[in-house]
Design a protein around this ligand. Structure first.
Ligand code: AMP
Length: 428
């Protein structure tokens, strides 16, 4: 099956040929004809499956004929600035042989300058929900929107954008096409889909929450205080050229980076406290190979598109099991092989079961010679473990009621981490 057979028109075919897309991925095969038929879509597709082109190509084709005097004709909402930038880059490449104006509206940039650009006739807007609302409050009209796309909808809802989406949606014209993409099939997403989709076509390209088939997964048991040394050893002994490492919190990302620098590694850090300019600079240095190890938190990891990333390391398990799927989706992209290594300490030994339940498969476990866990180290007592679980539950509850969930979670988990450190003890 070729892109041409899916009905993709010549200017787009020329652009994707230059990008060396030989044939459409599964999500593209299924979504492109449906989007061209102007149907609403509810697609579960993970990062790395080619989902951006799955909506962007038919969207561009739908809007191929310029209409005089029209305002914005398509809105693509994405949860993070990084993902928005990635989508913008991709669409700009696909639209190389078309005459269509695409713009990106994300926070951290001058609102006034963005408004001036919009006045010059932007047809496709890629935006984060908050910044789009700011523009709407400043007079941006959605009256001419023909296509509304929500990318990584599950993540947007997890990040607390539900209210924003509910504010934006009624401002769209009655007749418009909505394309909803989500990596997971959560209840929140289902609820939203009922609100915003009309007779949608369902596309499920991966089983619920399963990890991508081309990823080899392995977990190594190791003591908490040996994790950094094991990580440095793995990078060195296995000659990892480029590796993405995930931590649970911003604080541990910083701490780990410091440790790895001491080991002589070139390291970059991306997390919510870094400015956008800083994050982009680090990402570019990583892409150019100037940085070997990129340490990132879950929130910051969304939208990172790094081609042919062979390794992802989970230095700490994520606080939400679904994030494991997002993390390992950074490797094995578009059919390539990838390896996801997870370092688990005595506490995470239990947490990993939630992830295995979610992905419906066992992650093979092993130890690395010289880094075997000390068998005399045990969890201090059941009460403390319970306390930690309660603490996490409270943090989650709190997140539900706050506008800035990532900040609160990070802070709460930082406290949990401090407690965790105190909990490891030696048996007499
Ligand atoms: P996405 O899931 O949209 O983040 O895409 C993941 C990566 O796959 C991006 O680097 C795309 O450029 C690439 N890609 C998308 N579609 C194809 C295709 N049909 N063939 C090869 N690579 C693709």
């Amino acid at each position: 099956m070729s892109f041409a057979k899916l009905g993709v028109f010549a200017p787009l075919l020329k652009a994707i040929e230059e990008l060396q897309y030989k044939e459409p991925t599964l999500i593209q095969k299924r979504a492109i004809p449906l989007v061209l038929q102007k149907k609403d879509i509810f697609a579960t597709a993970q990062t790395g499956t080619g989902k951006t082109a799955a909506f962007a190509l038919p969207l561009l084709q739908r809007l191929r004929k310029p209409v005089e005097g029209k305002g914005v004709r398509a809105i693509i909402l994405s949860p993070t600035r990084e993902l928005s930038i990635q989508i913008h880059e991709d669409i700009t490449k696909y639209a190389k042989y078309m005459d269509i104006k695409v713009d990106i509206l994300v926070g951290g940039k001058d609102l006034q300058k963005q408004r001036e650009r919009l006045k010059r006739g932007t047809e496709i807007v890629i935006a984060t929900p908050g910044r789009l609302l700011e523009h709407i409050e400043n007079g941006l009209s959605l009256d001419d929107v023909e296509v509304f796309v929500l990318d990584e909808a599950d993540r947007m809802l997890d990040m607390g954008f539900t209210k924003d989406i509910r504010k934006i949606h009624p401002l769209l014209p009655k007749r418009h096409q909505t394309l909803l993409f989500s990596a997971t099939f959560s209840d929140k997403v289902r609820k939203l889909s009922k609100l915003i989709l009309t007779k949608p076509a369902f596309i499920e390209t991966a089983k619920k929450n399963t990890t991508v088939d081309t990823i080899n997964q392995i977990a190594y048991h190791v003591d908490t205080d040996k994790k950094a040394a094991l990580l440095a050893y793995l990078i060195g002994s296995r000659n990892f050229e480029q590796v993405l490492v995930f931590t649970r919190t911003k604080a541990s990302a910083d701490e780990l980076a410091e440790e790895l620098v001491k080991d002589g590694l070139k390291v970059g850090v991306i997390h919510g406290d870094k400015t956008k300019a800083n994050r982009l600079k680090t990402l570019n240095q990583f892409k150019e190979g100037k940085i070997k190890v990129l340490v990132a938190t879950d929130i910051a990891s969304r939208g990172l598109d790094i081609e042919e990333l062979p390794y992802v390391i989970n230095y700490e398990l994520p606080s939400i099991p679904e994030d494991y799927v997002h993390r390992v989706g950074r490797t094995g992209r578009a059919g390539r092989e990838g390896e996801a290594i997870t370092l688990i300490d005595i506490y995470e030994k239990y947490e990993i079961r939630d992830i295995e339940k979610l992905i419906g498969q066992k992650i093979p476990k092993d130890v690395v010679e010289g880094f075997e866990p000390d068998p005399t180290i045990r969890r201090k007592d059941v009460d403390e473990v319970k306390l930690k679980a309660e603490h996490k539950r409270e943090a989650k509850k709190f997140v539900k009621h706050t506008k800035e969930p990532q900040k609160v979670t990070a802070k709460s988990l930082k406290m949990a981490k401090k407690k965790k450190k105190r909990k490891t003890t030696k048996r007499d």
